[in-house]
Design a protein around this ligand. Structure first.
Ligand code: AMP
Ligand code: ZN
Length: 369
């Protein structure tokens, strides 16, 4: 019998072993594209065999690409630990880490995201993407400082996010700036839906974007780096396309340039990497990250867009990358950019009169009284 721990929600099962990973996943009705199978410090592919004394963890990563029969590393011929169907390849640990770094390097250099002299503020949530991003940027030798926002404090999730983030910074001896939005803005995220009628994730996204940009400007950073990956960007794109929201489509990009009105350049160096790839990187680099989903995420439409894209990706690996990367190449240049003005309340550039964040907080303050 082998013991299997499943995460999100956490539960335990025992299975008859030895058995191949793919058989176990089928029996548990799990999509191999959406999980990492972990034994000790190792990742297992679908063809690996789970032994009778094994302790296995199956960790959801939401999206990506496994399956296929590639179990040899494409680069060195060693044992593959991760299959990337989109690239029609498998990699061993070292070669996967190399591949990951090269993808980030390519994004950074090709899109002129960062200069060696830039002071970079890395927005870190405590999740796999932003901690993987910070790790690679440190390895590539950039001058980075972490920035973590405590979004609310009364539940376990937020203090835990801070613990992961702080531990990462302490281990590497890098600087982390922590911002408690209750102190900074006078409210926390769970209050906003009631007063403003906005869905939680939308209100949270607006607040985070505003606070990160404002802090970068106030503290004199040259660039802000955020952890959005290919799956995030493709899901946002699908949402924008379904509404044909041309203002958002014109502004959706891996690099948002600085403006005279106080907006610091913002970059997404992980835009070529899938969620599963960032999860595998974080795991293989032994980065301790928050696996649990945010408890406020229920009903998030972006997760539905991700699920829809995953469905397409399963039958045709590469669909997501083609959707987003081809949009950047071919469709985006044809869409007229809206004229931006500084928001009269906060100074951030916005296509409307008052920016969406300031509109939201004005409503919140009025209704709260
Ligand atoms: P999310 O909107 O949660 O998918 O996060 C997207 C990106 O925003 C992350 O990769 C981080 O770079 C940044 N971010 C999210 N939450 C926080 C937070 N609490 N503090 C600082 N940055 C964050
Ligand atoms: Zn504003």
């Amino acid at each position: 019998m082998a013991r299997i721990v499943l995460r999100n929600p956490r539960r335990e099962v025992t299975i008859d072993a030895p058995k191949r990973v793919k058989v176990v996943l089928r029996e548990l009705d799990l999509d191999p594209d959406a999980v990492l199978v972990i034994r000790g410090e190792d990742l297992l592919t679908r063809e690996d065999v789970i032994g009778s004394d094994d302790d296995i963890e199956i960790r959801p990563v939401i999206s990506g690409g496994a399956v296929g029969t590639h179990t040899k590393c494409r680069r060195c011929g060693g044992r593959g630990v991760i299959e990337l169907r989109r690239h029609n390849a498998a990699f061993c640990k070292e070669c996967f880490l190399h591949f990951f770094r090269e993808q980030v390097k390519r994004a950074v250099e090709h899109e002129q995201m960062l200069d060696r002299t830039d002071r970079v503020l890395v927005a870190v949530s405590g999740g796999k993407d932003s901690l993987a991003l910070w790790d690679v940027l440190i390895e590539l030798g950039y001058d980075t400082t972490g920035y973590h926002i405590v979004l609310w404090t009364d539940e376990e999730y937020a203090p835990e996010s801070l613990r992961y983030t702080q531990a990462f910074a302490d281990e590497r001896g890098v600087k982390l700036i922590v911002c408690d939005i209750r102190e900074e803005l006078g409210f926390t995220i769970p209050e906003l839906p009631k007063t403003t009628g906005r869905p939680t994730c939308g209100a949270c996204g607006l607040t985070k974007r505003h606070q990160i940009s404002k802090a970068a400007y106030d503290l004199g950073f040259d660039v802000v780096a955020i952890g959005h990956n290919l799956d995030d960007e493709a899901a946002v794109l699908l949402g924008n396309v379904l509404r044909w929201d041309t203002d958002y489509l014109a502004r959706q990009a891996p690099v948002l340039p600085a403006t005279d009105e106080g907006f610091v350049k913002k970059v997404k160096p992980l835009f070529r990497l899938s969620e599963r790839e960032t999860a595998a990187y974080a795991f293989l680099k032994k980065i301790d990250y928050q696996v649990e989903e945010c408890p406020l995420v229920a009903g998030n439409t972006q997760l539905k867009y991700k699920a829809a894209l995953d469905l397409l990706e399963r039958d045709a690996p590469g669909t997501k990358a083609a959707f987003y990367l081809t949009f950047l190449d071919r469709a985006k240049p044809a869409i007229a950019k809206p004229e931006m003005h500084p928001c009269p309340a906060c100074g951030m550039p916005t296509p409307g009169e008052t920016c969406a964040f300031c509109k939201m907080t004005q409503v919140h303050i009025k209704r709260k009284r």
